[in-house]
Design a protein around this ligand. Structure first.
Ligand code: CMP
Length: 246
């Protein structure tokens, strides 16, 4: 399904949501899936419409289907995110469907933290992740606050900001598949930046204790965190120096 077709049905459904006509939204989205073919984002939209229509079981089913499609397409984090949402509606997850069987396909979205885990390790990590939702403008972590967990973005987008001379400087934008919050975990120091949702965003949160277990089994995870930490510290310095010379 093309991105344009997805945007069109999303816009139409949101219009029907605003009017409170959830049954019509369900019907339109289902018809769209039949005429345009399967798409994980549209199944997630269907789940929202079904939830609004108080059809919890239907919503959970649509989320599990979205999770399967994401998994098949190599979008592992999005797949776990959809299954976590289904779990909140009472469904047993099946994280083995979150990673494509066999070799990664060309469209596989790299998930640097989890790519090296064996299936058993991956299932354990996935089970330990906690699903969080944010509205646009919500802070996920705040500069200067203590931090005891890290996050992987399962949908949406966040901005990374730091305060300099009383004003906020944007350091980066992060999207689905990216992780953040590693700096405070590695250093034991407060958060080095504020992360705010730019649009409606969902993240999977991994606590320090869950992460410690992962690292014990798979030390490569800590190496990846350290690599990103160094790159990000350099990027921050570059951005702030560039700003100074403005
Ligand atoms: P932490 O300091 O725990 O919380 C804020 C997070 O923002 C930090 O971990 C990094 O994950 C992230 N971060 C900080 N600086 C940058 C940057 N320049 N680019 C991308 N992410 C960053």
């Amino acid at each position: 399904m093309s991105d344009d077709a997805v945007s069109a049905i999303e816009e139409e459904a949101r219009g029907l949501f605003r009017q409170g006509d959830y049954a019509a939204a369900v019907e339109r989205i289902q018809a769209h899936l039949v005429s345009e073919g399967e798409d994980a984002t549209v199944y997630e939209l269907l789940a929202t419409a079904l939830k609004y229509s108080s059809d919890k079981a239907g919503a959970a089913g649509a989320l599990m289907t979205a999770g399967e499609i994401y998994g098949r397409e190599g979008m592992t984090i999005q797949s776990i995110g959809a299954q976590k949402k289904a779990m909140e509606l009472g469904v047993e997850p099946d994280f083995s469907s979150c990673r494509p069987a066999g070799l990664p396909g060309p469209d596989r979205v790299p998930t640097p933290l989890f790519d090296d885990l064996s299936d058993d390790e991956f299932n354990e990590v996935a089970a330990g992740l906690v699903h969080r939702s944010y509205e646009p403008g919500d802070a996920v972590v705040t500069e200067g606050q203590p931090g005891d967990s890290m996050f992987v973005i399962s949908s949406g987008e966040v901005g990374v900001y730091t305060l300099r001379g009383g004003s906020e400087v944007e350091l980066a934008n992060l999207r689905a598949g990216d992780f953040f919050g590693e700096a405070a975990l590695l250093s034991g120091k407060p958060r080095t930046a504020t992360i705010r949702a730019s649009v409606a965003t969902t993240c999977l949160e991994l606590s320090r204790s869950a992460l410690d277990e992962v690292i014990l089994r798979c030390p490569r995870v800590e190496d990846v965190m350290k690599e990103f930490n160094v790159q990000r510290a350099h990027a921050t310095i570059e951005t702030l120096l560039g700003r100074q010379s403005d």
